[in-house]
Design a protein around this ligand. Sequence first.
Ligand SMILES: Nc1ncnc2c1ncn2[C@@H]1O[C@H](COP(=O)(O)OP(=O)(O)OP(=O)(O)O)[C@@H](O)[C@H]1O
Length: 605
Amino acid sequence: MSDDNSETTGSDEVEVDGTSGFSTDFENADLGDEESNQGLFDDLLSGEPIFENKEVLRPSYTPHELPHRSDQINKMATILVAALRGETPSNILIYGKTGTGKTASAKFVSKELESTSQKYSVPCDVEYINCEVTDTQYRVLAQLANKFIDKNKERIDDRIADLESVLDALEAYDADAKRRRADAADSSDRTGEETASDPFDFVSSEETRAETETTVSETDLSAGDDSSDIDTQSGDLPLETEGSSNESGQPPDSPPAADPELADTGPLDRDETTSDSAPLPPDHPLESTPFGSRSEVEDRIDELEADKDSFEEVPMTGWPTDRVYSVFFDAVDYDERVVVIMLDEIDKLVEKSGDDTLYNLSRMNSELENSRVSIIGISNDLKFTDFLDPRVKSSLGEEEIVFPPYDANQLRDILKHRSEVAFKGNALSDDVIPLCAAFAAQEHGDARRALDLLRTAGELAERSQAETIVEEHVRQAQDKIELDRVVEVVRTLPTQSKLVLFAIILLEKNGVHSINTGEVFNIYKRLCEEIDADVLTQRRVTDLISELDMLGIVNAVVVSKGRYGRTKEISLSVPLEETEAVLLSDSRLSDIDDVQPFVQARFEN
Ligand SMILES: Nc1ncnc2c1ncn2[C@@H]1O[C@H](COP(=O)(O)OP(=O)(O)OP(=O)(O)O)[C@@H](O)[C@H]1O
């Protein structure tokens, strides 16, 4: 490239001189950009977009409405309402095939549960874990421990803020008292009369309530409980447990704490130094608190700060599991509350690391003092409980909720709801939703698949700059999704299976129909030799062919050959060229250059 400026600017008209060189270059660069823009994006931008909001068709979107799931949602709510009464809800196992709305429904219910618990100031936390991602006991416990530590810290901050505002109120109250005292002294000086007693003497917050023998009214106590139920040593207010429910005299559905903020200051706030006489005046800032003096409030703040500092986050690896468990346990039990732990894809956790996590979680309640834990397990494998310890199995499956597959009509409703938000006014032709619903219902009533189809059809229509989505787009979308699935399955096959599949492809490519196992085996052997791979026995290769059949990549049918016995006839069930391309993208298989001779040699053995 030349150093000459006039050349690099690409325009002869531009003069470059020592003084104006910079600005001329700059202007020219703009011009150059404009000229070099070939409108790559302009065409695409010019078409009216079909989508109003594509995000609502993505799996990550949580819908506000879940048609055809009200039975399951109501059943979950009926079980979980116990948490709002301070009782422990039964554990729930949710089953159903993929895409039947299990996760969406469980998340919907837990959102409602949390917001209702906030509305009534009943402490209840829901934690969601996807066990496909978090699939060992260590990781599950560490993630839960850290989440509860964060929640505890947040609550402590709220409590400290509440207590600080009590201190502020005390200060203002004292200042006011002082001022009024001074006013009173002034006026008595002026009248020359002696004040018999100072009406504000006893209300100064500098003095302890113990000194003035004041008391805390019963409504000051958290959750409106009868004070006789409070362990005056620890200040704990035990949650109702089986058999002991209602011993506190609090009806299960009684309204929550009269003053949530102060109830929230925690079990330790109950004051042991209070006595029964001489109540504080009703407008005193400590009147509605369990504290007897400013210093008690300050001590409580210090205590909370110390608690906060004592929490130690669990690292994602490296600790012994029992230490992680104990941090998790303490974090959960720090506060009085009901905790619902939602374990999605719970079968993956059991498959990967056994049932220890579930065993530990399900026996926690017998040891927890302040809180209670309830588990919701979600699985699309109906048989995973067969691998569980019987104790875990019976504890986890206290309640079971089944999510049946959607039929085509139900899928149609679901798609209709979403499409109203997802697409522009007339973007859908009439037959699109019924066709997407029908395809997905054939699959196994999978709403995710139906939504994917609709979104992909929309994208294909958008790409072809069509104004409306039509049936053809849905069919193309179906092929594309199917191909994407095949590509993913083939890409992740083990090398030996890839070699078997490659052998089948080579035979098909060379016009061999009704391929039998022996033919596949001969070509497979040659391919192995070519890339120096171990050669499996013909019996193993037959097994691999059956696996490919189960994955839907090949079709293997047993046919009778009369007196020659029975044989398998194998054919490819996926598009040949695309599958071959995926196989050849594997670096080992791409070493095979000229495959023709192998196929020609197939009858030689
Ligand atoms: N009744 C419904 N109404 C609206 N959308 C739904 C409904 N059921 C499922 N969906 C949507 O279908 C998709 C899949 O649902 P979800 O993730 O809840 O399925 P799942 O049963 O948990 O599947 P998996 O077992 O594969 O996790 C999500 O995008 C969800 O929003």
